[in-house]
Design a protein around this ligand. Structure first.
Ligand code: GLA
Length: 375
C-alpha cells in the first residue's frame, strides 16, 4: 500500500477513473457525452531527485523503470508509454520544465475495463509534475496533452472525454460535455432509488490494438463523403439522421451504419440530459438500452459477454437501464438497479454469467467523486 503520510515523497495526487452514462464513441466525432469521475483511482506520489533521470515504480506490477530526460522515446512496455508520452508533451508545451523525479504509483482501477485507467494515469502524471515543478499548466492543457500522449506514444486515437472527465469531474455530478467546443455543464447525478453499478465482464480490451482506431477512421470516411454534398459540416455528430439517410445508397453499408449510430447517439445524449433534468428516470433508462443496441448492431464495438449482461436485465423491472460502457470489445456494462433488489440482482447475474461463460463477473459499485487532485 502507498502510505499517505509517507515522508519520502513531496506530493501525492489522486487521479480517478470515470464512468459514462451515455454518449459513447461520439467524442472523436464532436458529439456530446455524459461522464463522471468515480471513487476508484490511481494514487501517485512524487519527489524531486535533483538528477536528469526519473525513477518510476508501480506497486501493482511490482515493476520499476528509469527515464533519461535527454532521450524520451516510445517503449516496448505499454504502461511506460503513458508516462513517457506525458513528459514528452509537457516538454513540447513548456520546454525543460520537467526535471528528475521519483514516482510511486498504486491503482485500484481495473485495467482494460472501460473505466479509463489510461486517462487516470496520464492526467495523474501531468498534474503531479505540474505541481512538483510549478510548471503552470492549465487544466485544459493537462487534458489535451494527456490525450496527445495517448495518440502518439500509446497509439490509441482516443477522443477527449476520458481526460476531461478525469480532470474536471465533480462529486455527485455528471458532466455534460460538448466535445467539439469543450463547453460543459454540471448535471446533478440524482438517480433516486436506483444505484449505479458496473459489471466487469473480465474480458479485457486493449484499445490500441482493437478496432477502436478503425472506427475513428470509418467515421472520418463517412464525414468526408457527406461533406462533398454538404461542405458546411465539419463534424459527423452534427449531421442529422435525416441527412445521413440520404447517403444510404452512397456509403458502404458499414460506414453508413457507423455514421447513423453517431448521429443518433449524439441526439440521444442531449435527450438523456433533458430526461434527467425532468427527473424522468424511466425514459433515461430506455435511452441507455437504445444506446447499447446501436453500439452492438450499427457501431459493432460490443461483444457476446457484454450483450449477455445487457440482455439479462431487459425483463427485470427493477433495472431501468443497462448498456456497455467505454471503448467496448470487453470491459464493463453500466446499470441502474433499484436499491431494494440490488444484492439479489448481483448474486443472480453473477451466477448466470458464470454458468454461461465460466468467468467471474465482478460488480463495481461507484460513487461519483471529484477529479484529479493533490491531497
Ligand atoms: C475510450 C476513449 C474515449 C471514448 C470512449 C468511447 O474510452 O478513450 O475517448 O472514445 O472510448 O466513448
Amino acid at each position: 500500500m502507498v502510505n499517505n503520510q509517507n515522508p519520502k515523497f513531496d506530493i501525492t495526487i489522486e487521479s480517478p477513473g470515470r464512468i459514462n452514462l451515455i454518449g459513447e464513441h461520439v467524442d472523436y466525432s464532436g458529439g456530446n457525452v455524459l461522464p463522471a469521475a468515480i471513487d476508484r483511482k490511481i494514487t501517485l506520489r512524487f519527489k524531486k531527485n535533483k538528477t536528469n533521470f526519473c525513477s518510476i515504480f508501480s506497486t501493482n506490477f511490482k515493476s520499476h523503470f528509469n527515464i533519461d530526460l535527454n532521450n524520451i522515446a516510445r517503449s516496448e512496455t505499454e504502461w511506460h508509454n503513458y508516462i513517457l508520452g506525458v513528459i514528452f508533451h509537457i516538454n513540447v508545451l513548456k520546454p525543460d520544465s520537467v526535471r528528475g523525479f521519483d514516482c510511486e504509483i498504486e491503482s485500484n482501477l481495473p485495467l482494460g475495463s472501460g473505466i479509463s485507467s489510461s486517462a487516470a494515469l496520464e492526467c495523474g502524471i501531468a498534474k503531479g509534475l505540474n505541481e512538483l515543478f510549478e510548471i503552470g499548466l492549465t487544466d485544459i492543457q493537462i487534458i489535451t496533452l494527456s490525450k496527445d500522449a495517448e495518440h502518439t506514444f500509446v497509439g490509441t486515437k482516443c477522443g477527449i472525454m476520458d481526460q476531461f472527465a478525469v480532470v474536471k469531474g465533480k462529486k455527485n455530478h455528471l458532466l455534460q460535455l460538448n466535445c467539439a467546443t469543450l463547453e460543459h455543464k454540471l448535471i446533478k447525478a440524482d438517480f433516486g432509488d436506483y444505484k449505479v453499478v458496473l459489471l466487469n465482464t473480465n474480458v479485457a480490451h486493449n484499445l490500441a490494438s482493437s478496432e477502436y482506431n478503425v472506427r475513428r477512421d470509418e467515421c472520418q470516411t463517412a464525414l468526408e463523403v457527406i461533406k462533398r454534398k454538404y461542405p458546411n459540416y465539419t463534424l459527423l455528430a452534427q449531421v442529422k439522421p435525416k441527412i445521413i439517410k440520404e447517403f444510404k445508397k452512397v456509403l458502404p453499408e458499414k460506414i453508413y451504419d457507423r455514421a447513423l449510430y453517431v448521429s443518433k447517439e449524439n441526439r440521444r445524449t442531449l435527450k438523456a440530459v433533458k430526461t434527467l433534468e425532468e427527473n424522468d428516470l424511466k425514459h433515461f433508462g430506455e435511452l441507455l438500452y437504445k444506446s447499447h443496441s446501436g453500439l452492438t448492431n450499427r457501431f459493432e464495438v460490443s461483444c457476446k459477454e457484454l450483450d449477455f449482461l445487457v440482455d439479462y436485465t431487459k425483463n427485470l423491472d427493477y433495472v431501468i437501464g443497462s448498456r456497455m460502457m467505454g471503448g467496448g470489445f470487453g470491459g464493463c456494462t453500466i446499470n441502474l438497479v433499484h436499491k431494494d433488489h440490488f444484492d439479489s440482482f448481483l448474486g443472480n447475474i453473477q451466477a448466470a454469467y458464470q454458468e454461461k461463460f465460466e468467468i467471474d463477473l465482478i460488480p463495481i459499485s461507484v460513487v461519483i467523486s471529484d477529479g484529479t487532485r493533490k491531497i
